[in-house]
Ligand binder design. Structure first.
Ligand code: NDP
Length: 294
C-alpha cells in the first residue's frame, strides 16, 4: 500500500482499542461500586464460525475486566428449553447483557428468541423495543453493534455527518436499517439502497459518505464513488485464493484497490469496521450494567 492510500485509512483496530480502553475504565468504576458488568453469550449447536465469534466475545469481556460467560447448548436443544434459559438470565442480577449467537439451529425461531430477551439486557440491540428506542433517539436504547461502531469510526476520523448526503447500501435488520436510523438522528440526509434500487451507481455517486453492507465481494467499484467521498466497508466476504494457506482470503463489499484512489477516507477489510463490533458490544454491556444501577 502506498503512503497516499495509507493516509486515507480509517484504522478500526486503533479505534476499537480506544473504545475497549474506555470500556475497561468504565467497568473498573462499576466494580468499585460493587457491580461487575457481565455478558452471557448463549451458543446453540456447534457451527465453527459461531464458536470462533463466541470465544472472541468472551475473551474481550475478560480483557476489559468484565464477566464473560458462554453457555454452550447442544444442537438438539428445543426452543422451549432455550426460552426457559433466557427467562433465568433475564432475572439473574449478575447478568447485564444477554446475547444468543445467531443464527440458531433451524428448528428455533430467531425472532422468538430475540423477543424473549429483556430489552434492558438486549445488548445486541435487536429487540423491537430497542429498535424503536433508537429510531426515536431515546438514549436508553441499545443500537446494534456494527452500525454503532460505524458511527464511532466516523466520529473519530473527524467526518462530519450532520448535513452530509449518506448512501447506505443494504437494508438488513442487523446493519442497513439501524445504520439509517443512527444517521438520520445524527442529522444526515440518508438514502437507503437495496437489490431493487434503479441505477444504483447514479445514487451512490451522490454520496458524501457511502456505507456498503450488502455481502457481495468487491461490489462497489471506483465509478460508483464520488471523488473525495468517505467510504465505509462493512462487508466481510470469503473469496477463494489458492495463494493463501487457508485457500481463501477476506474481502469487503468495496473494491479497495481502485476505490481507495478516489475516496478521501476509507476503511480497510480486515481492520476497519470488523474490530468495532465487539468493542461496541462491550460498551453496550457496561451501559446495561450502569443503567441497572441508576
Ligand atoms: P444481508 O444479506 O442481510 O443484506 C444484504 C443487503 O444488501 C440487502 O438489503 C440486499 O437487498 C442488499 N443487496 C444485495 N445485493 C445487492 C445488489 N446487487 N445491489 C443492491 N443491493 C443489494 O447482509 P448483512 O446486512 O447481514 O451483511 C452485509 C455485509 O456485512 C456482509 O458482508 C456481512 O458479512 C457483513 N457484516 C459485517 C459485520 C461486521 O462486524 N463487520 C457484521 C454484520 C455483517 P434486498 O433487501 O433487496 O435483498
Amino acid at each position: 500500500m502506498d503512503d497516499a492510500v495509507a493516509d486515507k485509512l480509517i484504522d478500526g483496530v486503533a479505534v476499537a482499542k480506544l473504545v475497549r480502553a474506555e470500556v475497561a475504565k468504565d467497568a473498573a468504576a462499576l466494580i468499585a461500586r460493587g457491580v461487575t458488568p457481565g455478558l452471557t453469550v448463549v451458543l446453540v449447536g456447534d457451527d465453527p464460525a459461531s464458536a470462533v465469534y463466541v470465544r472472541s466475545k468472551e475473551k474481550a469481556c475478560i480483557e476489559a475486566g468484565m464477566n464473560g460467560v458462554t453457555i454452550r447448548l447442544p444442537a438438539e436443544t428445543t426452543q422451549d428449553e432455550l426460552l426457559a434459559l433466557i427467562d433465568k438470565l433475564n432475572v439473574d442480577p449478575t447478568v447485564h447483557g444477554i446475547l444468543v449467537q445467531m443464527p440458531p439451529p433451524k428448528h428455533i425461531n430467531p425472532q422468538a428468541v430475540i423477543l424473549r430477551i429483556a430489552a434492558e439486557k438486549d445488548v445486541d440491540g435487536f429487540h423491537p423495543v430497542n429498535v424503536g428506542r433508537i429510531w426515536i433517539g431515546e438514549k436508553s436504547g441499545f443500537a446494534p453493534c456494527t452500525p454503532a461502531g460505524v458511527m464511532v469510526l466516523l466520529e473519530k476520523a473527524g467526518v462530519k455527518v450532520s448535513g452530509a448526503n449518506v448512501v447506505v447500501l443494504g437494508r438488513s435488520t442487523i446493519v442497513g436499517k439501524p445504520m439509517t436510523s443512527l444517521l438520520v438522528n445524527a442529522s444526515a440526509t440518508v438514502t437507503v439502497c437495496h437489490s431493487k434500487t434503479k441505477d444504483l451507481a447514479a445514487v451512490t455517486r451522490r454520496a458524501d459518505i457511502l456505507i456498503a453492507a450488502i455481502g457481495r465481494p468487491e461490489f462497489v467499484t471506483a465509478d460508483m464513488v464520488k471523488p473525495g467521498a468517505v467510504v465505509i466497508d462493512v462487508g466481510i466476504n470469503r473469496v477463494e485464493d489458492a495463494t493463501q494457506k487457508k485457500g481463501y482470503r477476506i474481502v469487503g463489499d468495496v473494491a479497495f484497490a481502485t476505490v481507495s484512489e478516489v475516496a478521501s477516507k476509507i476503511t480497510p477489510v480486515p481492520g476497519g469496521v470488523g474490530p468495532m463490533t465487539i468493542a461496541m458490544l462491550l460498551k453496550n454491556t457496561v451501559r446495561a450494567a450502569a443503567q441497572g444501577l441508576a
